[in-house]
Design a protein around this ligand. Structure first.
Ligand SMILES: Cc1ncc(COP(=O)(O)O)c(C=O)c1O
Length: 432
């Protein structure tokens, strides 16, 4: 309960952290906050203010903050040591659990972040196919490595298959190995894959691309053409895994890739991610059966550490409880429908694309929302101002991005949220 302390900490962050924060988005000074603690669907800042959290740390907190079972599992492991590099029981048991749960998985490989998981998945695909190029979709987000940062958030359509880099500092040469094509444009994607099949190692796709659902037949067509040409199909399930269904997007949309990358919810809010896939393809990681010169390097010091693995096991136990996905679906669908209803009542063109457990709010009249270019028609300034009105009233959201629902969000939370949503739309119309 200390507004002065929060102001002091923000000043220190401004002085000592590059960019004054964690590099996410910049809040106006009067709304900037330092989180003191979280519990369930809520967090509190150092100034003592309570927020209903729909950001959920950008997704990992699917179980809600400080889930007791995860906390207990981590505390138990902490007293036994935090990392050994050598094998540990939690990572082995988590591996078994993941293989049983993930439809495409014969084996798993741990990494520390989603970025590393997609980075290594592409490396594995290159090693397996002995080809260098990869294809991604316009508007897809696969993390921060150099092969991902092409055509992630373009304002205009790319010059397919070329796309502009998203970040300065990305070597131009990596762009020569990355092809980009629009999501959901099935014929265009298949034609591009066929044209470049001889040089393509992988097609990587977010099956739910940000908040865009795949049209029927799109993922199936990717599956068919990649299989036909011996190209590795990688699903980036870092958002969708264990969230939109127990079996993730593979279960929800009924298509099985060769490799899937998991992160965020998979480890209950601890830094662990996973590359899971076909045993033959993943055998390029296996030093038992091939010369060392022929093995993909993908080891990092903290991969599979027992603290994160223990958290992951506890998280998966909690998520496998009966009714979890029904609850997420029910709460999420009420919220999506309620926001659209309120916005429409106040005269806004508003849509809630995505899935119930993770969706976006976009201010646009363009229908249907199929591609990244469709999403660029949304009024981002209005989206930002709406989000600010929500935050002023105690909702924590990621402007123009996603609403994440946790298993701890209740119907009472949705009621309160919809009251705030109504007030925020009213304020945008000039009300108080
Ligand atoms: C679909 C997707 N893939 C990959 C990543 C990268 O994961 P990380 O931030 O853990 O590196 C993200 C992060 O938001 C993501 O949304």
């Amino acid at each position: 309960m200390d507004a002065a302390r929060q102001a002091e900490l923000l000043a220190l962050a401004g002085r000592y952290l590059a960019g004054g924060g964690t590099g996410l988005f910049l809040l106006p000074p009067e709304l900037n906050l330092v989180v003191a603690r979280g519990e369930g669907s809520r967090i509190w800042d150092v100034a003592g203010r309570e927020y209903l959290d729909y950001h959920l740390s950008s997704g990992p907190i699917l179980l809600g903050h400080a889930h007791p079972a995860v906390t207990r599992a981590v505390e138990e492991q902490l007293s036994k040591g935090t990392t050994y590099f050598f094998l540990n029981e939690p990572e082995i048991l988590l591996g078994q659990r993941l293989v049983e749960a993930i439809p495409c998985a014969d084996v798993v490989h741990y990494t520390g972040s989603g970025t590393e998981a997609t980075f290594y998945a592409l490396r594995v695909a290159r090693a397996w196919t002995r080809r260098d190029k990869v294809l991604k979709f316009e508007g897809a987000w696969h993390g921060m490595h150099d092969y991902n940062l092409w055509g992630t958030v373009p304002a205009r359509a790319s010059d397919y298959p070329r796309a502009a880099p998203d970040s300065v500092g990305v070597p131009a040469q990596t762009g020569d190995t990355v092809l980009v094509t629009p999501f959901n444009e099935t014929e265009q994607a298949v034609a591009m894959i066929e044209r470049h099949a001889h040089e393509l190692a992988a097609v990587i796709v977010e099956p739910l691309q940000r908040v865009l659902q795949p049209e029927p037949g799109f993922l199936e067509a990717l599956r068919e053409v990649t299989r036909r040409h011996g190209i590795v199909l990688v699903f980036d399930e870092i958002v969708t895994g264990f969230r939109i269904a127990w079996g993730g997007a593979q279960e929800r949309y009924g298509v099985r890739p060769d490799i899937a990358c998991y992160g965020k919810a998979v480890s209950g809010g601890f830094p662990l991610a996973v590359m899971a896939g076909d045993a033959e393809i993943m055998s390029v990681l296996d030093a038992r059966n091939r010369p060392k010169s022929d093995v993909v390097w993908a080891t990092n010091t903290l991969n599979g550490n027992p603290v994160c693995a223990a958290a992951g096991l506890a998280a998966l136990d909690a998520l496998s409880a009966p009714g979890v996905y029904d609850h997420l679906g029910r709460v999420g669908s009420r919220l999506r429908a309620g926001i659209v209803e309120a916005g429409t009542r106040h005269g806004f063109d508003v849509q809630a694309p995505g899935e119930d457990a993770v969706f976006g709010i976009r201010f646009t009249s363009r229908k249907p929302l199929r591609t990244w270019m469709d999403l660029t028609t949304a009024d981002k300034d209005l989206g930002w101002r709406w989000a600010i009105e929500l935050m002023k009233r105690g909702l924590l959201v990621n402007p123009n991005e996603k609403f994440y629902i946790s298993i701890q969000h209740t119907d009472a939370d949705v009621d309160r949220t919809l009251d705030i949503v109504d007030e925020a739309f009213h304020a945008l119309r000039g009300g108080t």
